[in-house]
Design a protein. Structure first.
Length: 318
């Protein structure tokens, strides 16, 4: 086989990570699972990622007709923004999505409006482009514990609310790994040290629900996975340690929220407090990057996590 493009990383047992190019290298991944000449995408990235996804098929010698499934973990645009555009190129593919997410793919107007409120119209145009609707006859809901067949390879779906109500994860028995979307948090390769990977929860607007997220993470961990395939970013092992770290930080984020919920400038207090939590945990992890670089790498996540926590606090207060 010719050499693969640098955005396409072979993992094992027919699983490939595709760097979608969103924001920076190794920030946003989707995955291609190949089995007996058939294929499935898990997450799609944004519209500008389309050439990479189609290029991955070409590099692996797969016809576009060989793709049976597109499975976004949830409908946030960095995970599913390119679904409609990708589907137009794959004549045999069907989209599988959580029941709460289906309407947003078929009619994305509310999703676009919500994302525009978070990111602003200029960022929407620059990073996401025009969102293409998914035809209703080419998308199906998933059921919790459903098995999706990929050429004899079962992919089991678990509904995992907490980051979003419309989130599901995909279990691959062959590799004993979950494709976790945002449920199992964010782990950027820049923060890897001799101790391994580092991870943090994501409370991006608008449906952050800490008890539900804890229950979903514990459900994933109960399967004793060998690895997790994260959208942000890549495959990680050492899952029990990362699970402890993730849940400990989730508790710290909730405790911070309770402390500052009545602060005069609650959002600024959340941003400052979240940054302090992450800087402290990264120092404990042995991260040697300059503090300014760490702040830059985490700036978007700190801002979005603060927004999501604020929305959760407001929802609880009503």
């Amino acid at each position: 086989m010719p050499s693969l493009p640098d955005y396409l990383e072979p993992l094992s047992h027919g699983v490939y990570a595709i760097d979608t190019g969103f924001h920076r290298p190794r920030f946003d991944a989707c995955y291609l699972i190949v089995e007996n000449g058939r294929a499935a995408f898990v997450d799609t990235g944004t519209n500008p990622a389309l050439p990479r996804l189609l290029g991955a098929l070409e590099a692996l010698g797969l016809a576009r007709e060989a793709v049976d499934w597109i499975i976004p973990t949830h409908v946030h645009l960095d995970h599913a923004g390119g679904t409609g555009a990708l589907l137009r190129e794959l004549p045999n593919a069907t989209v599988r999505i959580h029941p709460r997410g289906l309407r947003h793919l078929v009619d994305p107007r509310a999703l676009i409006a919500s994302a525009t409120r978070v990111y602003g119209p200029q960022e929407m145009a620059r990073s996401y482009g025009t969102i293409v609707r998914v035809p209703a006859d080419r998308v199906r809901e998933t059921a919790d514990e459903e098995r999706i067949d990929l050429a004899g390879r079962p992919l089991r779906v678990l509904h995992t609310p907490g980051h979003a109500r419309h989130h599901h994860c995909v279990w691959d028995e062959r590799t004993r790994g979950f494709f976790t979307g945002d449920t199992f948090g964010l782990s950027y390769r820049e923060f890897d040290t001799a101790r391994g990977a580092w991870i943090l929860p994501t409370s991006t607007p608008i449906h952050f629900d800490p008890p539900a997220l804890r229950a979903s993470v514990e459900r994933l961990l109960a399967a004793d996975p060998a690895c997790m395939y994260l959208t942000h970013y890549g495959r990680v092992g050492d899952v029990p340690r990362l699970g402890v770290l993730l849940l400990e930080q989730l508790d710290a984020m909730v405790a911070l929220a309770r402390r500052v919920q009545h602060a005069p400038d609650r959002h600024a207090a959340l941003v400052q407090g979240l940054e302090a939590i992450y800087l402290e945990r990264l120092a404990q992890h042995g991260c040697a990057l300059p503090v300014d670089q760490v702040r830059a790498l985490l700036a978007l996540d700190v801002e979005l996590n603060a927004q999501g926590i604020g929305i959760w606090l407001d929802r609880e207060g009503r």
